[in-house]
Every structure is written in C-alpha cells, then in structure tokens.
Design a protein around this ligand. Structure first.
Ligand code: PLP
Length: 395
C-alpha cells in the first residue's frame, strides 16, 4: 500500500526533533553533527538567535498579504541584495526551481522584446542541476530526472562540461543564453575554474548572449564570497538564488541587471507567496549576518582549516577517498568506496553528510560551524572511513 507521504524520497531512518547550531538531535536523543545543513540551506545553523527573533517578531506582526500590496521587508531585502551584488532588481520566489522558471522566462522575454523572438535556446551543461520543475528538469536534462516526464519544455541545448569547441559550435541564431552553476552541487561539487567563468562571460559578450548563473547552492557566503562568481571578477546578467538565503525558510530569488530584466513589466510574472513577510524577515536577517564585517573572512579561515584536515583524512584512507574538492565550505570528497556506504557509516558515527553524483560526498556545514566542531567532524569521518575499510576487508 502506498504510504500516506508520496514515496519519492529514499530517506535515512532519522526523525530529528531539534536543532542547535551545527547539531541535530534525534527523537531518541542522539546528537548528530550536521555537515549537510539541509543541503546548504541552514547557512547560519539551526535555531540561530537572530533568525529565531526575526521570524518570531514577524509572526507576531503579520504573516501574509500577497503581492497585491507593498511588502516593506521584501523591499528591504531587495535593497540589501542590490546593494551587495551586480543586480539592479530582484524577484522573490519560494524555491530554487521557481527561480529557474523565472530566469528562463526572463531570458526569453528579453529577446522577444528586443525583436529577436527566435533566440529562445539556453545552453546548459552535463552534471548540472536546476531543480525539479518542468523548466528545471529540461534545463539539466539528466536521464533519471526527465525519463517518463516528456514532452519536455523545448529550448535547451545540453553540452559537455567545459568543452569550448562544442560551445562555439552550438551557438546559432536561436541561442539566447547560457545557464551554468559556478560550482556544481548535485553534480558532485565541481567548481568551474575562475578563468573559465571569465572566459564564459567574454564569450557571452562576444556572441551577444545572456549569462545566467545558478547560485542556488553555491551562493550566500557558501564559498567564502557572498556569491561564488565574485572570485572570477565577473557579473552575470541573471542569477538564481535560494537555499541559504532563507536560512531554512523557503525563499528564493532571481537577481538581474536592469537590461536583462527589461521585458518583465507589470503582469508578466507573479507568485502568491513569493517574497512574503515571513520569508523576507528571515532573508533580511540572513543577509545582515552574512554581510557583517568579518563573517566571510571567518568562513574562509574555517574553510582552509576544514580542507587541510580533509586532505589529511584522504591521505589516511587512500582506499576510501580519492581527493578533496570544492570552494569555501562547499566541499566534496571524491570517493573510491561507494559514497553511499561512507554516508551510511557516517550515520553510525553520528555525522551527517550528503551524497552527490560522481561518487562524491558533500560537506556543506553551517557557515557558523566552529573550529572545534570541524575537528570533531573529521574525527567522526575518520571513524566512518575506518568502518568502511574494515567492512570491505571482511567481505
Ligand atoms: C537545490 C538546487 C536547485 C533547486 O532548488 P529547490 O529549492 O530544491 O527547488 C536549483 N539549482 C541548484 C544549483 C540547486 O542546488
């Protein structure tokens, strides 16, 4: 009999009932060190006092009015994002995949209004992930996400990751934009080198294409900059944001330049909940914390420490791990043993990690993780790796 919850997830058998900073507490009382942060969502950890206060104050004042009216803290959050990024304007969504929907619509509308309605195609890359909506799955094109869900939204051209000849050959009359994650998350923590992102920007300028970045997972301080593309010293035309921006409240955004957003006039897009007072109260508090003096410096310092310790872990367990990769606190361990075995051994040692494609385990801790917690995390991962070694020796 089908469970009351539609069985689309393979869930680990834990029911967490409380969160404290980098820790999740199971119903039975066990304390897990959380290196997944709800898939890079709990950027400030669990129950951060500033976020608890922001949502509690807002809950006592007003929950929802709809976008029929002005929403003051939506305007405040948009102002903060505009102040700290390339963007001139922001639309709020409730998720990353809704941000993808708008990014696609915005690019198409841009070219339509420019008198080039044929420029509907968006180039995307292998291993990418843009969410589970109709546009999101068509954009990524991954077999396991699209199979059985056709006909897919047309207008996406899928290329191998980082194949410049294929890219050059793929651009034609109907090409309107390139969509890419600066650091692939689901694809296995694959950072696009800064030089390549620079080159991609120049390529878009040269060919007259919009550059859309998906920073849903790598944004909001995750890599040690507010947004990952800042390392390359470039700016996109359109950017998708979600996950960390809400710190655990469902919130997403599309950021754009005035030019790229020029087709999106009143009535062309909307959302009942998008940018609601609760989400934007939390979003403002997240932005205040992440842009506070010293915050990103501390992320970078901790990222350096974590990475160094993970290099040691890989050296100590050459049968289990191959290498460390990633950027900032968006780290990946490329595995030799099956990644799901290592994640499961982590569960036994009360440490939570997240599997990704390419046999990688993701390490996406709260950006507020302490140095002591990083040391503890590596101790637990070390025990997990030893358990995987003994199991394979016994087999
Ligand atoms: C998670 C993710 C999405 C989808 O976000 P949802 O909030 O799950 O819809 C899109 N792009 C990237 C890069 C993501 O990591």
């Amino acid at each position: 009999m089908i469970p009351s919850v539609l069985p689309t997830y393979n869930r680990a058998p834990f029911s967490f009932v409380k969160g404290e900073g980098s820790w999740l507490i199971e119903a039975d009382g066990r304390r897990f060190l959380d290196l997944g942060a709800g898939i890079a969502v709990n950027a400030l950890g669990h129950a951060h006092p500033a976020l608890v206060k922001a949502i509690t104050d807002q809950a006592n004042a007003l929950w929802h009015t709809s976008n029929l009216y002005r929403i003051p803290n939506q305007e405040a959050l948009a102002d903060r994002l505009v102040e700290h990024t390339f963007a001139d304007t922001v639309f709020f969504t409730n998720s990353g995949t809704e941000a993808c929907e708008l990014a696609v619509k915005m690019a198409r509308k841009y070219w339509y209004e420019k008198g080039k309605p044929e420029k509907t195609d968006i180039i995307t890359f292998d291993g990418s992930f843009h969410g589970r909506s109709a546009a999101g799955i068509a954009a990524a094109g991954t077999e396991k996400m699209v199979k059985g869900f056709g006909p897919l939204l047309p207008g996406f051209v899928h290329l191998a990751w980082n194949d410049w000849d294929a890219l050059e050959a793929a651009v034609g009359e109907t090409t309107g934009a390139i969509l890419i994650e600066p650091v692939q998350g689901e694809g296995g923590i694959r950072p696009l080198p800064d030089a390549d992102l620079k080159k991609l920007r120049a390529f878009c300028d040269d060919k007259g294409l919009l550059l859309i970045l998906d920073e849903v997972q790598c944004g909001v301080g995750r890599t040690g900059r507010l947004f990952a593309h800042e390392y390359a010293g470039i700016a996109p035309d359109i950017m998708m944001v979600a996950k960390g921006i809400g710190g655990g409240f469902p919130l997403g955004a599309v950021l754009a330049t005035e030019e790229a957003a020029s087709g999106m006039t009143a009535g062309t897009h909307g959302s009942t909940y998008g940018g609601n007072p609760l989400g934007c109260a939390v979003g403002c508090a997240v932005m205040d914390e992440v842009t506070a003096p010293g915050f990103l410096e501390s992320v970078n310092a901790k990222a350096g420490l974590f990475r160094q310790k993970l290099e040691g872990l890989v050296a100590d367990h050459p049968e289990v791990f191959e290498s460390v990769r990633g950027s900032g606190l968006m780290l990946g361990l490329k595995c030799k043993a099956p990644n799901t075995d290592i994640v499961a051994a982590g569960y036994d040692n009360l440490v939570l990690t997240v599997p990704a494609a390419d046999n990688v385990i993701r390490i996406l801790p709260p950006l507020t993780i302490s140095e002591e917690e990083i040391a503890e995390a590596v101790t637990r991962l070390d025990a997990a790796a030893s358990a995987v070694e003994s199991a394979s020796a016994a087999a």
